[in-house]
Ligand binder design. Structure first.
Ligand SMILES: *Cc1c(COP(=O)(O)O)cnc(C)c1O
Length: 455
């Protein structure tokens, strides 16, 4: 029976029955929700027929755009063949086996092993459980602390939220005890007056030494880092950062986990962000672009040393008691196989080809008197707004300056994301040069309009 009490606009219907997460409620009260029906290349289209160039690839993940025929065909074919299965009890789909082989092959590891989840948060949670399991099995049950950095984003489950270095998690009473946050390696914002970038990097290395000495190396289970911090506001590390800190962690026997949920599969111009920064971690956390956003899936890709140690620990109790119902879902695996193939044969080269124009576009907009810093690596970038460029003074928080910029962009058919006082750009890898021009032109117009309004 039709429910005649239902409100009759998409906006009202969205608000009446959906509980919003990571959404500024006053903004949607004032501006309404955007309800989308489909996509074309890098564009998404809403229920009113309005088109938006999505300069954020959805949430960093839709690297092949919103209607890639090869990816939808991989999904359709696999749904027709075998639409679902788990990976428990020694059974798994053939697609799952093939994807593990493929991930091991494209990983920086010789002898990788892969464990599947449904999201990046779950993959980070799984990795922490693996490290805790390992510590107990190797006779070091006290080795449970996890090191991450301020501004890190590792997800929203209880453990991955504890790893995330954002103040908003205090509303949940998080982080849990034992999750320690080091200084964010953002020289422009965190550097002290008169401190060179090299001195800043050395200060962060010294901080790491101090934290390890204070806590005890044998109480620390692992160090997790995004090669480029994503949801923190696109923050590439300071010059020499990983070269300075990795030997310290290695010397103390602390595993290094690269959270490559954003940087994996080409975003920084290499297959892996860790590759862009010249290091091989102990394990890689993948999700987002793994399926080009066409299926929810995450993966822990273990390097050989952690894989061997975990295998020994598991052999001793005959079973690793962990897994998700949809782990290694055959449709997700079939899509991921097609997506990785696409990255290898086409998309990675496109990122490399587009990067100079992307950097030039950001640099041009950074000349604006109210843009304090442009930062990027590959096809992920951010512009940070400031009230005063010389002193790096931010705008008053109540002005919501980055939200104003993003809202003005939306009004002009461009989706980009406000993060702190920054605006983030991470377009799909299939972007054309013409679409890149459209992105920067619309953003430039929005910056002029917003800063003029604030002057
Ligand atoms: C998005 C993200 C996650 C969390 O992934 P979900 O699939 O949203 O749980 C973890 N780490 C990083 C670096 C991310 O960007």
């Amino acid at each position: 029976m039709p429910d005649t009490t239902l409100p009759d606009t998409w906006d009202a219907r969205a608000k009446s029955a959906s509980f919003f997460g990571f959404t500024d409620l006053p903004s949607i009260e004032a501006r309404g929700t955007v309800v989308l029906t489909h996509g074309e290349g890098p564009y998404v289209i809403d229920t009113e027929g309005r088109r938006y160039l999505d300069a954020n690839s959805g949430l960093w993940n839709m690297i092949a755009g919103f209607d890639h025929p090869g990816l939808t065909k991989a999904a359709q074919d696999q749904y027709a063949r075998f639409p679902g299965y788990h990976a428990f009890f020694g059974r798994m789909s053939d697609q799952t086996v093939m994807l593990s082989e493929k991930l091991a092959q494209v990983s920086p590891f010789d002898g990788a092993k892969v464990f599947y989840t449904n999201s990046g948060s779950e993959a980070n949670d799984t990795m922490v459980k693996m490290l805790w399991f390992l510590a107990g099995a190797e006779g070091q049950p006290q080795r449970r602390k996890i090191l991450t950095r301020g501004n890190a984003y590792h997800g929203v489950t209880v453990v991955s939220a504890s790893m995330t270095g954002k103040p908003y998690n205090s509303v949940f009473g998080l982080p849990l005890p034992g999750f320690l946050h080091l200084t964010c390696p953002h020289y422009w914002r965190e550097g002290r007056p008169g401190e060179t970038e090299a001195q800043f990097t050395q200060r962060l290395a010294a901080e790491l030494e101090e934290v390890i000495a204070r806590e005890g190396a044998d109480t620390i289970a692992g160090f997790f880092a995004e090669p480029v911090q994503g949801a923190g506001g696109v923050i590439p590390p300071s010059e020499g950062y990983f070269d300075a800190i990795l030997p310290i962690l290695r010397r103390h026997g602390i595993p290094v986990i690269a959270d490559e949920v954003i940087t994996g599969f080409g975003r920084t111009g290499s297959m892996w962000g860790s590759e862009s920064y010249g290091f091989v971690p102990g394990a890689i956390i993948a999700s987002k672009a793994l399926t080009a956003g066409y299926f929810p899936m995450g993966a822990v890709i273990l390097g050989p040393e952690l894989a061997d140690r975990l295998q020994r620990a598991t052999d001793a109790i005959e079973e690793f008691p962990h897994g998700f119902t949809a782990s290694g879902h055959p449709v997700g695996c079939a899509i991921a196989l097609a997506a990785i193939d696409l990255v290898e044969t086409d998309l990675l080269a496109r990122v490399q080809a587009l990067t100079p124009a992307f950097e030039a576009g950001l640099a041009r907009l950074a000349e604006h008197p109210h843009i304090g810093e442009a930062r990027s690596r590959g096809l992920m970038g951010a512009l940070e707004a400031v009230k005063d460029k010389a002193t790096k003074t931010p705008w008053e928080g109540h002005l919501s300056v980055s939200e104003r910029i993003a809202n003005t962009c939306t009004d002009h058919g461009l989706i980009c994301r406000p993060l702190g006082q920054s605006v983030v750009l991470c377009p799909p890898f299939i972007l054309t040069e013409g679409q890149m021009d459209e992105m920067f032109t619309k953003l430039g117009t929005a910056l002029d309009a917003v800063f003029e309004g604030l002057a």
